[in-house]
Design a protein around this ligand. Structure first.
Ligand SMILES: C[S@@+](CC[C@H](N)C(=O)[O-])C[C@H]1O[C@@H](n2cnc3c(N)ncnc32)[C@H](O)[C@@H]1O
Length: 409
């Protein structure tokens, strides 16, 4: 077995890296996103009348890939920014509409210089000076102000999103965040961007975004605000689930998304970031961690393997052992609630693919694929199997798996 694991590759083509130059898929990066190639492989041979579900949408990779493949797809998320972004990505746009966006943006851009003198709002981003120089964020704010006048606030007007996606890309391109690492570090010193440069950069980004919307696709995808632990009956039955839920590794999507979320006003204050992450499975941002201390499970689901895993973490020689044991337990508890409610919306014979990663706490391995499989079996899913698809990094113990199952309701 160990010899076999030695030959497993890291496969950057199965990660977000593969999506960077793939039109809409490359607009904004979310490090935990998976690759279009992986989803395409899972869609090979799937008839286009199959209805696809992704209960953990993220940047809507599944939804958009399924729509490009000719299928109908519904995806869920609890993060309002990702729901908005996913829907902007998954819409078909007419040539006439794209022209109007271009003209309206040109009008907004012509006013940026003149609006520089006005009072400016500062997003509540902690240590904002690490991201942008005071001059750059004033220019960005002036540009934002001009876009709001033409397109409305993105969080209020869900229709005209393309100009705002370009703005999100602009704020990251003008920042000093080194986006090559999930923990997000900063390059030394912030760059001072002149207004002409920022406007030209915005124009180039918008041009690339509008170009990537020029070819329509035959399928259809929509992102809905649904908590995957409590799925309502939508009068549809899904034939296939292709998804990548959060992993039990304490990575909060808020961390990477917060610059976008603050600048678009999907997030207005730090406390709501913690509240939002408390709703996210595996979330740990701000109060999402302190609340774990008082958290009580809704269902008793300790399988012997989960019990063992949680016990060993709790007994680790660390003051955080108990807390992280609760974190891991809550993660599998929430995933169990998800698998339970999911049964109500699956078609007979539905096929499931969950791309998940294992993790390690104080040297104790959390075998996500096995623990999830146990939950699925307990809930009546059949043919539950898991297969390693890639090594996550140079750490020999961390892998990504495709956990598959069938549902015969
Ligand atoms: C690993 S990411 C999905 C990445 C996605 N496959 C992509 O390519 O962008 C997991 C997503 O699940 C969402 N999520 C977390 N808890 C959720 C819940 N209770 N209900 C629905 N979505 C949730 C997170 O907001 C995040 O966007």
């Amino acid at each position: 077995m160990l010899d076999e694991l030695d030959t497993v590759a890291q496969r950057a083509d199965y990660t977000f890296k593969h999506n960077r130059n793939l039109g809409r898929h490359g607009w904004l990066r979310l490090t935990p996103a998976y690759s279009v190639k992986l989803v395409k492989n899972l869609l090979k041979g799937v008839p286009d009348d199959e209805l696809i579900l992704d209960p953990f949408s993220g940047t809507a990779t599944t939804g958009l890939t399924a729509a490009e493949h000719g299928n109908r797809a519904i995806t869920f998320d609890i993060n309002p920014f990702l729901i908005w972004l996913g829907n902007v990505k998954c819409r078909n746009y007419t040539e006439a509409y794209l022209k109007v966006v271009q003209q309206t943006a040109d009008k907004a851009l012509s006013k940026v210089e003149g609006s520089l003198k006005r009072e400016h709002w500062q997003p509540e981003i902690f240590n904002i000076e690490l991201w942008w120089s005071p001059h750059t964020w004033k220019v960005l704010w002036a540009l934002r102000d001009c876009l709001v006048k033409e397109f409305g606030e993105p969080a209020e007007n869900q229709e005209d999103g393309l100009a705002w996606v370009a703005f999100c890309r602009l704020i990251i391109e003008t920042s000093s965040a080194a986006f090559n690492h999930v923990s997000m570090s900063f390059s030394e010193g912030v760059t001072h961007h002149e207004v002409e440069h920022v406007v030209e950069l915005y124009k180039a980004i918008l041009c690339y975004i509008l170009q990537s919307c020029a070819s329509p696709f035959t399928g259809h995808a929509k992102v809905m605000e649904v908590d995957a632990r409590n799925i309502p009956d939508m009068g549809m039955r899904f034939d296939r689930v292709i998804t990548s839920p959060p992993y039990p590794n304490r990575i909060s999507y808020i961390r990477e998304l917060r610059p976008y979320m603050y600048w678009t006003k999907f997030l207005q204050e730090a406390r709501s970031a913690g509240e939002l992450d408390w709703k996210a499975i595996g979330g740990t941002w701000g109060i999402a961690t302190s609340r774990l201390n008082d958290w009580k499970p809704d269902v008793e689901l300790l399988s012997p393997a989960l019990f063992e895993t949680v016990q060993s973490i709790a007994q680790a020689e660390s003051k955080n052992g108990e807390l992280l044991a609760t974190y891991v337990f809550k993660y599998f508890h929430d995933m169990h609630l998800h698998f339970s409610t999911l049964r109500g919306v699956l078609a007979n014979g539905a096929e499931l693919h969950y791309i998940v990663g294992n993790s390690s706490f104080f040297g104790n391995m959390v075998d996500t694929a096995e623990l999830m499989s146990a939950s699925m079996r307990r809930l009546g899913y059949e043919n539950v199997k898991s297969e390693i698809i890639r090594k996550r990094n140079c750490n020999k113990a961390l892998y990504e798996y495709d956990v598959t199952a069938m549902w015969h309701g």
